[in-house]
Design a protein around this ligand. Sequence first.
Ligand SMILES: *[C@@H]1O[C@H](CO)[C@@H](O)[C@H](O)[C@H]1NC(C)=O
Ligand SMILES: *[C@@H]1O[C@H](CO)[C@@H](O)[C@H](O)[C@H]1NC(C)=O
Ligand SMILES: *[C@@H]1O[C@H](CO)[C@@H](O)[C@H](O)[C@H]1NC(C)=O
Length: 975
Amino acid sequence: MGQPAELGRSPPVPTSRRRGLYLIPAVIIFLWTQFALFPRLLSSDLPATQKLSQHRLEQLERHLQACSALHRPPVGYEQPTGLNVNRGNPRWSAKTGQSQAIVLRNATLFDGDHTLDHPVDITFHKGIITQIVPTAHQDSHLDDHDALVLDLEGRFVTPGLVDMHSHHIAGSSPDVRAVEDVNEIHPDFGPLTPYVKALDALKAYDPVAAIVASGGVTSSLILPGSANIMGGEAVPVKNVRRDEAGEELVEELLLEHGVPKEQRRRYMKMACGENPKDVYGHTRMGNAFLFRKQMDSARQLLVKQDDWCLAAAAASETGDERAIADLVKDGGLPTDIALESSVAMLRGQVGINIHCYESEDIEAMLRHSEEFGFRIQAFHHALEAWRVPDTIKNSGQNITVATFSHFAHYKHEAYDATLYAGKILTEHGVPVAYKSDGSNEFLNAKYLLSQAAEAHSFGLPEIQALQSVTSIPARSLELAHRIGYARPGYDADLVVWDSHPLSNGATPLQVYIDGRATLNTTIDQLKSVPTTMSAPSSRLQPLLTERTSICDQASRADANLIITGITKALIPDLHPQSNTDNLTLVLSGGRIACLGPATECLAPAADDRTAIHLQNGHILPGLTAVTAGLGLQDIIMEPSTGDGIVSGPAPKTIIYAKHGLHPGGSKDLQRAKLGGITTAITAPLVTDGMPVFLRGISVAFKVSPSSTTTTTTTTTAADEPSPRENQTLLDRAILHPDVGLHIHIGQTGKTENTPTVSAQIGLLRRFLAGGHHASSSAPSSQTHPDDVDAEVYTQVSNGTLPLIIHVLNRYDILHLIQLKRDFPDTNLILFGATEAPLVARELAASRIPVLFTGLRPNPDTWEVKEAFVGDPLTEPGLKVLVEAGVKVGLAQAGWSDSGVHNLGVDAGFAAKVAGLSEQRAVDLVSREVQEILHLGGGGGDFVVYEGNPLEWGASVVLTVDGARSAVVECWPEAS
Ligand SMILES: *[C@@H]1O[C@H](CO)[C@@H](O)[C@H](O)[C@H]1NC(C)=O
Ligand SMILES: *[C@@H]1O[C@H](CO)[C@@H](O)[C@H](O)[C@H]1NC(C)=O
Ligand SMILES: *[C@@H]1O[C@H](CO)[C@@H](O)[C@H](O)[C@H]1NC(C)=O
């Protein structure tokens, strides 16, 4: 230690704020050793101290201890790296912890870094992995004869997944206003609330933790929301099930339960860009100033604290009574509860996690971090980070990008996303993590792993994909000494998978958290499930030159193409006679000239037709997507980017989606092409949270309208008008201008005029009975039924126009079953119907078909709180519907179409959970939807893929418009 007196004369101003980030640790360690030692000096018998009043001395000592706490080394600075098997799991307790050792025999292990090349036996006890040895030596290593040994027969085991961005137990499932504690937006506080803590919002009784865990997600960082520039502190939890024996305590959910409170890691949630801008009305300039002002105040306080601590240390050493009196007189060590966490950020003791999308916001935050000397742990969402990977990398801060695999386009800052972001960022050395953002239907935390699988299908290598939901987020959170890896000395958070974790629908057979099994799986169940052990392949993209030459040829009206290597045709009318898995397809002028073995389809003579050689070619009908709003608006939260939004009081007249269609150009439309979708059905737009009762009439349109208007000389469908010179894009795109009238019954239908479910159903009945205008119920509004609208209601009543009811709750569905009984001519179709499986028998009996969105439901609102969450916790809802005999097709869940390209993958998932054949799965997203909506067949569209589109990683090679016999897409590119 140095010369205290000297220090007292000229206290060195802490240098961290001047010399940048990397001096922080050294300076802090130095200061820490200083202050940690002073209190001991105080208690020794220095003559000078005898003159001081005992009271002041004690005060000083207390404050010096606070100084030493202030200068504790930053979290993560001394990251334990060694594998300490004898380390206990701090969460373990004798009362509720793992009591019996467990051995998972013969596991294929991804350990957080890589997949081991040999099977292993994994032993864990008291919540800690104690041993991992090659399976061949299994008999020798078991000391513990009481261990429970489970033979996995080679099944995949991974570390428990880590979700570094969720809000699931900060609200509660089902969510109601009373438990919404995610964003602190009280106007008294404003956009800077670094002093609030997610810890104070958690609900230990929230059953959603068990649902999230059943997807293999064992740890989650729960953050405050993103309304505020500084949103408050986040806290990591384990997704433990409610412990039936004990009390439900927030403390016991915490990942660092058992770690002394002052040693727990801290995380700050911040936000850039649109959210704070929208909530508080500042510009980016204002937001930046407010943040810098806050950090400047924090910096001033930090300096005051350090000066005070050094002066106090010196005074205590010299025993200078006057100095000590001065130091303790105004409260001693300067503190401010509102600035504490910001100062701790500057001291490097808080991991900084920033919701930040656009490149200018990322740059601004990097500027601020350099100005004030803090390190950014991760940019979250960050859908445009892929545009500035070098800038992120070259910051030297090792910033993780915690992002979505496909969820995008919903606002401007999410619009320039790419499905290849994971691959691009990884290639530039930026660590990428996938995260959920919560547990509602389409961000479903339970299915976190599927985002890694999707990223893999778009080129992120297998190992990095597995790391992106295990070790990378664990490292980013500086918790990688406990979670994110499956190695001796790590917490026993382990997941046994039924198939390769990156395969479509991979589902946990068992999830261990702190060594305790969380699923009721039996060993028999473990044995009964078949296993896919290899990862699916990533999408194959042809070389640019190859693509160009093929696509040039394909776009010609008289295109003559030979496609070899087709292993499967899933078109009912097109099953080739010959039973072979190596078929050749000959396309002539946009029509199938031959599909069969090469010997049948190829002329023996030299053939100069353009050939495409596929490895695992598939032919499917063009898929039909029932969308959230495809083709109406490019950016759903920016009404100026298209048709606009139906919200508020019911419009005076019925709205037709066909009048707002912009059938080209949007990024969601491009994704539809990527997914082999040829027909889209769209109702007038609503946004999440905006109630609407009378939504309007949907349109069915072609995703890829043929540009050729003059080549339809042969097989024009009988009812199609003959092409005319003055045909516009709209004429070519619109297949069915009026698909059905959409009405919302339930919570989303609660408008000013229809404030209750009973009001909605009453109004619906009134207009079915008498053709009353549905929007004219408000006493104040005009009640002159519009003649045109009255005609619509007549058509709905007599069944010529389908009545498509958006409804979720089982009781609301029962009311509709009654309505159907009273108005049997009505062609009633349910849309959404998350709780329909609970009334599947009744639905089947009343012959009401369902466009189902509840493939991966979460009981996040009261109206769906009984939803079947599916494997591995309950029977999958779709299976229940299908087995009850309900006619069902699949529709897009949620309000975004940015995942529409996964329709085939969703169908594959449906096939797995409901035990359907591949052909039935394809029907769910083509024929069934066409039949339910009376669209009269898909027009003979078909799509050739490389790969199986029911699995991850297939790409569209050619899309053929059947009615016009034209190739309308050739190797569409991802965006
Ligand atoms: C491990 O499982 C694989 C796959 O089921 C099997 O082939 C192998 O024999 C098993 N090894 C041992 C030692 O049981
Ligand atoms: C950067 O962070 C990643 C993930 O958080 C980690 O795997 C890697 O080791 C870190 N690199 C350095 C140089 O610290
Ligand atoms: C496990 O089984 C028990 C007893 O059958 C049951 O009470 C409990 O709800 C089940 N838990 C889960 C997660 O299925």
